[in-house]
Design a protein around this ligand. Sequence first.
Ligand SMILES: Cc1cc2nc3c(=O)[nH]c(=O)nc-3n(C[C@H](O)[C@H](O)[C@H](O)COP(=O)(O)OP(=O)(O)OC[C@H]3O[C@@H](n4cnc5c(N)ncnc54)[C@H](O)[C@@H]3O)c2cc1C
Length: 499
Amino acid sequence: MTTSEGIARPVAADSSRAPGPAPTGPTAPPGPSGLAAPSGPSGLAAPSGPSGLAGLLRGRGLRRGQDDFAVELDGFNLITEHDPDLIAVVADAADVRAAVAYAAARELPIAVQATGHGPSNPADRGLLISTRKLRGVTIDPLARSARAEGGVQWYEVVQAAAEYGLAPLSGSSPLTGVTGYTLGGGLGLLARRYGYAADLVTAVEVVTADGRAHRATADRDTDLFWALRGGTGNFGVVTALEFGLVPVARLYGGGLFFPGDAAADVLHAWRVWTGSVPDELTSSFALLRLPDIEAVPDFLRGRLTAHIRIAHLGSADSGADLVAPLRAAAPLVVDTLAEIPYTRSGEIHTDPIEPMPYHARSLMLRELDETAADGLLALAGPGADCIDLVVELRQLGGALGRPAPVPNAVDHRDAAFALSTVSLPDGRPPLVVDGMAPWGTGRRLLNLLASPDTAHLARTGYEPATYARLADVKARVDPKNLFRFNHNIPPLAQPARPL
Ligand SMILES: Cc1cc2nc3c(=O)[nH]c(=O)nc-3n(C[C@H](O)[C@H](O)[C@H](O)COP(=O)(O)OP(=O)(O)OC[C@H]3O[C@@H](n4cnc5c(N)ncnc54)[C@H](O)[C@@H]3O)c2cc1C
């Protein structure tokens, strides 16, 4: 997703809520906390005291109607908001165990939120566990690995890893949560060279619906380990992830912006060009229709713009050689390509940093031949009846087309491009994504779906066998579907075998 905000104003989204140092690019939320007692009309629990939720936590517990309740619900995508009876702002993994056990004993459904970048199925009751206070990050430079607690945002890992010349497989926005992003696969800026973020995960610390803590690895809780990496937030509350880092300190990256009336030339040039680039180059093409508001830089305001985003693992000279055909595709409006440290990688897409309401939709494409590109231009190019803010194509292939070192639940290895759109709430059906169905695999990257109207689409994130296995693991770790406020994979009625 892209807006111009990060180009002109790389400032904190809400620095009053941001613990720790500010990132170099677009910055971050999180914030206050406090615990109180569940009770009230729902009769869910005693007020504060040893028997109430508040008495069980080191963090905060709040019930509907209390001060700060609304503040703790705040998330990035304002298209919807959870509406639980209780919130647990957990301070550590023990709090997560206590909160889950509390909910399980009362059969309360549980929602989990870190940043609110990926809402789907909002809670209408039950308990919301806010992980945004779980902010620990540890880097092991020798092992080239990181451990990030369940509420960490990417910019925190990016900065910590950069001290050792390392980088995580983070995505376009430094503000998304490491955990939510990775559980959904994680399609990042270096993806064609290194694969999905979930592919580099080596351990997941998770509290399942029975309140038990697991450390799932390739050797322990192996089915759970498989499911967590790609199966989204269906299997428990992740308290920490461990994952590999890659030796990337600098890259040749940024964006090429072209006038909207050159969109056809630019898209066709990019499409042909993607057929010959090495895996070291990950790129995307976007049609931007950004509003005529002050937050958007002049050159993008109130007009159609074609935007190519580049992340090249190589020297500036080799990168410039590679992108020469793109620069020649049409007259450029703005060219930000340069050698940059990975800490500035948020400038490549320049995603929005201020909360806003939007739908995000996606479809994986088998191919992008000339007809498909023309189809997209007819749906979203100059003169099209399209009001999507962003229509984006990410090139896949390379490591994304190869199996993970330890098999996981991320499918899509056969897809060639990921199409996604971002639109304001306007009541329209997803015309662009639906219109591109003839070139689609029929599957969607769940990470690139947001808003309640995508809540029923979990099945489309997987091949049938993968989905069936996920539903089986779900039945073994969450048979009552307590973790249902997500792209939900309901449990199989009869699991195949115990975990
Ligand atoms: C501006 C922007 C840019 C993005 N760029 C990319 C990108 O480049 N590549 C990509 O793959 N995706 C991208 N995404 C999608 C993003 O990765 C998903 O929306 C992801 O789910 C966000 O996780 P979060 O924790 O930040 O959001 P939240 O809304 O807080 O969480 C989303 C869901 O993740 C689950 N979850 C979060 N934390 C936990 C936890 N600790 N334990 C269990 N479940 C948890 C829950 O089910 C929750 O409902 C982008 C989204 C936005 C808004």
